[in-house]
Design a protein around this ligand. Structure first.
Ligand code: ATP
Ligand code: MG
Length: 364
């Protein structure tokens, strides 16, 4: 798919912005703090309803204003799609798809598919588990809206359970109501674990191939899901095992006032030629693995939806060496790509015309 048009009103530093995009490469060039990433953020919002930088809608609205508006129009293989977002201070955001207001914001997913690649992603292997869980949750939600819905419910149940654990710590009589929350936690958590396992399995196959290509077959990448629920080898046994471990950890959980078992504690480990590269890998190996992962994600969206997603590359070129830059550029052939950069020379290897370039300078 590709995006044709973007309109912003009072979004971040833009009072009004109207852009017509190129179906393939779009480069936003400008000095720091001019509003390049803000444009990518607006595009991302029309895909997921969320920002990749903040959870607070207020930050998205221009500082001296109380409302913001984003419109994106795109072409899919068989249909056109338009997405509008209205952000208003202290109100729930209003989203329209093809002119129709959504009742549930998660219904937005599956209209515009976007993959973002930023310098933070290059650190994915090395960062803490929170980032890797966020990566899984974002990417699975992108292709499976049901997952996003289930994750929301799971987090709600988890919060309720944790509150209850704190109450039990002070007064044991509350323990009688714990079973109800445990049931729900296990039911929803099992769905999340299963979806993540499926996702990682497919991502593994794709990223392994890409990684071999980038490293001239020298490196073999393997991604492993590390679950806090021990017995996840057999699908039918996950919920039993989840229940058992919750029970086993109950006194610890009561003491800490938090739940120690469940997908909210799980992680990913990356191995190259059998070695855990989080601990033993070079920075280059960690970055190359992250690149393979992102490119695999693009292929996964294509396999799931039948169309390539739109790719947002926020400042990544400067973070990659020449060989990896070239590999990335070659991989973009059929994909509409939005690139932000402060340095045009980083894009010397891409043939660009004026129609591909947007000069971004903040209004003074
Ligand atoms: P860099 O090259 O450093 O990544 P950038 O061009 O990507 O810069 P952005 O992050 O897109 O920059 O935009 C930052 C600019 O937007 C800053 O000048 C900031 O003050 C401004 N800005 C951010 N949020 C708002 C807002 N809500 N209202 C007004 N201006 C804002
Ligand atoms: Mg930026």
């Amino acid at each position: 798919m590709y995006l044709k048009k973007l309109k912003l009103i009072n979004f971040r530093n833009y009072q009004q912005l109207d852009l017509i995009f190129h179906p393939k490469i779009n480069v936003f060039i400008g000095d720091n703090a001019q509003g390049k990433t803000n444009i990518l953020e607006a595009i991302y919002l029309t895909s997921t309803g969320k920002s990749f930088r903040t959870n607070r809608d207020r930050e998205l609205i221009k500082m001296d204003k109380d409302k913001a508006y984003i419109l994106v129009e795109g072409e899919k293989r068989y249909t056109s799609v338009s997405v509008e977002l209205k952000l208003e201070e202290n109100k729930k955001k209003q989203i329209k798809v093809n002119g129709i207001t959504l009742t549930k914001n998660t219904d937005l997913l599956n209209n515009i598919h976007v993959v973002v690649f930023s310098p933070e992603d290059l650190k994915l292997v090395k960062e803490g588990p929170v980032e890797r869980r966020r990566f899984m949750d974002m990417e699975i939600s992108n292709i499976r809206p049901r997952y996003c819905h289930c994750l929301g419910q799971y987090n709600h149940v988890l919060m309720q359970r944790n509150n209850l654990l704190k109450k039990i710590h002070h007064d044991r009589k509350y323990i009688a109501t714990l079973d109800v929350w445990d049931e729900k936690l296990v039911e929803l958590g099992t769905i999340l674990i299963l979806e993540r396992l499926k996702f990682i399995h497919r991502l593994n196959t794709l990223s392994r191939l890409l990684h071999r290509k980038i490293t001239d077959s020298k490196e073999n990448l393997e991604i492993k899901y590390i679950a806090s629920v021990k017995d996840i080898a057999e699908e039918e046994r996950i919920s039993q095992s989840f229940h058992r471990e919750l029970k086993k950890m109950l006194e610890v959980d009561i003491c800490r006032g938090t739940t120690t078992i469940g997908p909210h504690r799980d992680d990913l480990v990356f191995y190259v030629n059998g070695i855990d590269i989080r601990v033993f890998g070079s920075q280059g190996q960690q970055r190359t693995s992250a690149l393979s992962l992102k490119l695999a994600e693009i292929e996964l969206v294509k396999a799931e939806t039948g169309e390539y997603p739109v790719l947002l590359l926020d400042d990544v070129m400067s973070e990659l060496d020449m060989k990896r830059q070239m590999f990335l550029i070659k991989s973009l052939r059929d994909i509409q790509t939005f690139i932000t950069t402060t340095d045009m020379s980083l894009l010397d290897s891409i043939r660009l015309g004026e129609e591909n370039i947007f000069y971004i300078e903040k209004a003074s």
